[in-house]
Design a protein around this ligand. Structure first.
Ligand code: CP
Ligand code: NVA
Length: 333
């Protein structure tokens, strides 16, 4: 039985700079260990269970979580929207108290952010946010590891993967990331995470698409503290000026909204031409959390040598592995 409150992971906004860097370095250590068989796995979570409660579809987050849990020797119990009473027929409060009484951790993908907050409040075991409408913390950990690796290896396809001599605090600060797209959970997580590690962020969203005020406040305070730039504009060209990295995500929303959004996001598709017009750095690289649709980025960019999207997707596994190792094995972030 647990007496003290467990630690949760709902957003990188709740992490100190050191905690964030620790998760990145631990991800890299575990990747080297697991992918390149540097040492024999110890399976520290043998006999432990993670409830994976997803009320929405997922490819990457689910595969990353289940395979990471297997690597650690534990069991990932997938509970989809059709399987359990996740806010349907039973309150989230009751679900959280019941499920957490039988498992060692909960990874949950929810609709509204208040749902993950309730789960965490009522849970006797650590709760990890696997995506809410406000934040997507495990995604941005993968993005940061991917950027670090790119800066470290100076290539998209390193032929060997060994322990890193450089710390992410030597590779990440000073980068300029440009966001072109919707004001969604991915942008909001980038806003609270990037300034913390010294990365400049400029975001272009169409008029009427704005981030939540409390997220803006956190991002501004962090940017001031770390001396990084935080720019908001409605012009994609302005956002990508001098950018090292261009990032976007799906912006089409639901089918019924598609026609409206196609008009509002006109000029927001990431293309080689847009990058050139806006004056991105000559060696700019492209990132996207996936799943991707051509409306936000064309095939030429998406499948180009500049695109880090597939290493970024793979790094979901190594970063989720580090989160599980921290919260369930070491019991602290
Ligand atoms: N990037 C991401 O979270 O993908 P899934 O929705 O497939 O998990
Ligand atoms: N903004 C997207 C991200 C998917 C990983 C969503 O919330 O569905």
């Amino acid at each position: 039985t647990q007496t003290s409150k467990p630690q949760h992971f709902l957003s990188t906004a709740d992490l100190t700079k050191d905690q964030l860097y620790n998760l990145l370095t631990r991800s890299i250590e575990l990747k080297v260990e697991a992918k390149y068989n540097v040492s024999t796995p110890t399976r520290p979570l043998t006999g432990k269970t993670l409830a994976v409660m997803f009320s929405k579809r997922s490819t990457r987050t689910r595969v990353a979580t289940e395979s990471a849990m297997a690597y650690l020797g534990g069991h990932a119990m997938f509970l989809g929207a059709q399987d359990i009473q996740l806010g349907v027929n039973e309150s989230l409060l009751d679900t959280s108290r019941v499920v957490s009484s039988m498992v060692d951790g909960i990874m949950a993908r929810v609709g509204g952010h208040d749902e993950i907050v309730t789960l965490a409040k009522e849970s006797s075991v650590p709760v990890i946010n696997a995506l809410s409408d406000k934040y997507h913390p495990t995604q941005i950990l993968a993005d940061l590891v991917t950027l670090h690796e790119y800066r470290h290896h100076k290539t998209l396809n390193p032929t060997e993967y060994t322990a890193h001599q450089q710390h992410p605090s030597e590779t990440l600060p000073g980068l300029k990331v440009a966001w072109v797209g919707d004001a969604n959970n991915i942008l909001q997580e980038l806003m609270v995470a990037l300034p913390k590690v010294g990365i400049h962020l400029s975001a272009a969203c169409p008029k009427g698409y704005e981030c939540q005020q409390d997220v803006l406040d956190i991002a501004k305070a962090e940017a001031k503290k770390e001396g990084t730039q935080l720019i908001f504009t409605t012009s994609p060209e302005e956002a990508i000026k001098d950018a090292d990295v261009i990032v976007t995500d799906t912006c089409m929303g639901q089918e019924e909204e598609k026609a409206k959004r196609l008009a509002e996001f006109a000029g927001y598709q990431v293309t080689m031409d847009l990058a050139k017009r806006g004056g991105a750095k000559p060696d700019w690289i492209f990132m996207h959390c996936l799943p991707r649709k051509p409306e936000e980025v064309d095939d030429e960019v998406f499948y180009s040598d500049r695109s880090l999207v597939f290493p970024e997707a793979e790094n979901r596994k190594w970063t989720i592995l580090a989160v599980l190792d921290s919260l369930l094995v070491k019991k602290s972030l």
